[in-house]
Design a protein around this ligand. Sequence first.
Ligand code: FES
Ligand code: FES
Length: 169
Amino acid sequence: MLLNGDPVGFDLDPETPLLFALREAANLTGAKHGCSDGSCHACTVLVDGRPVRSCRQSIASMEGAVVTTIEGLSEGAGHAVQRAWIEEGVSQCGTCDPAFILSAVALLETDAAPDEATLAAIPVRCPCGSGARARKAIARAARSMAAAAPPTGEGTARDMESTPEKPSD
Ligand code: FES
Ligand code: FES
């Protein structure tokens, strides 16, 4: 796999969940282990640009994939979503932040102006109650990215299908 831009191979059981390989072998601890049933989405990373629960993916299934964790998202001043996170004061315990931010980055790639229902459908859970501020920050990031974007002609990212991972039952 290509992990945050670097080719990486793990000398681990191929069925090892990606989450544990990231956290324990690659020392990338941004993705969090928040549950044991696939419900929290705190372990979300981007795989080929889409949000994926890393606890549900084996490293074998990641062969050839492009994996991005929060550590690889940006350099310097950070991504617009990260800046909006700070400006809106979203963080409390911080457990859900990497997953929320990466999910937002993927969403904004396909929907430049997500509505409330779309934001509410982001499956990352925040038991600390930061969800409303997170959604506000994503909307802020969308506005700042739109303001920074050059004018476009026909056909925008909004026309593309949004494919956030859905919550599990
Ligand atoms: S750790 Fe909760 S869904 Fe992966
Ligand atoms: S889980 Fe604590 S801030 Fe979201």
